[in-house]
Design a protein around this ligand. Sequence first.
Ligand code: HPA
Length: 313
Amino acid sequence: MAHMNGYHNGTVEKSSENGFAEADITESSTSINPNSYEDVAKLANFVRSKTQYKPKIGIICGTGLGKIVNLIENPDILSYTDIPGFPVSTVKGHKGNFVFGTLSGKSVVCMQGRIHTYEGYSMELCTLPVRLMSLLGVETMIVTNAAGGLNSSTQRQGDIILIKDHLCLPGFAGKSPLCGPNDERFGPRFPSMNNAYDRGLRKIAKEVAAEIGLKLQEGVYAMTGGPQFETPAENRYFKALGADLIGMSTAHEVIVARHCDIKVVGLSLVTNLSEFETDVDGETNDVHSEVLKTGEESVEKASNFVTNLVKRL
Ligand code: HPA
């Protein structure tokens, strides 16, 4: 894989597409305000100066699914650590790179590793990459995640589930990535979340799954804050709320994507089946290892699906 080397010492000189000079973000810049259109536009110009690709498709890789990028041809790799002021992914299973390149003949940008609120970052900072993608020209986002399965009668470890809707539990407690001042250049103050997981794209995803012989159920994804896994009582509660999958990401990214009118298709990999009873023998105490192991075992299948899906977008 080609790796983008370090940057120019000092500033980047090319002029921008939206009036902000790339020179405005430099190697020594320290912070980006995700609610500031100007800051995100400067960031987009900085990133644009590092790659020739102009992707319309963005992909977010979930835990253990970072190897999806291995199928990207002629990649330009930009580490989060090389973007001044950008949050850094600290979790095992999340590398922390933007990978630009070609997948199924289309220009894509892939987040190899996402940023979670439990790492101590605000909702706004965790979703900054989505706003960045939007200003880079992304119109469709494939979001993937590792999730606990809440339906052991129909789900198996390693199943890929098409997300049809979500419950953003932090949102119930007033934690939305859209809290704070709203800049209409990003999107409306009160965005609708109907059809958040685009019906047309879900239809395509189901067709693609059928073509490649992949069993694909649909389900509702619930986002918690983490980092602790859920108690059995919490799992019973989430299931009673209508969730089929439980995880620590995605919903906030989808909210921001819909705010800026990016169409979304979401995929969960069931990495573990959630526990519903207390005092059972043989319960798992190392869920994270199970998550990583299932990710490792299923990443090829997930990559194949994503590649075939991109072909149809
Ligand atoms: N709960 C929350 N997040 C997760 C899980 C889980 O069981 N599995 C993978 N991510």
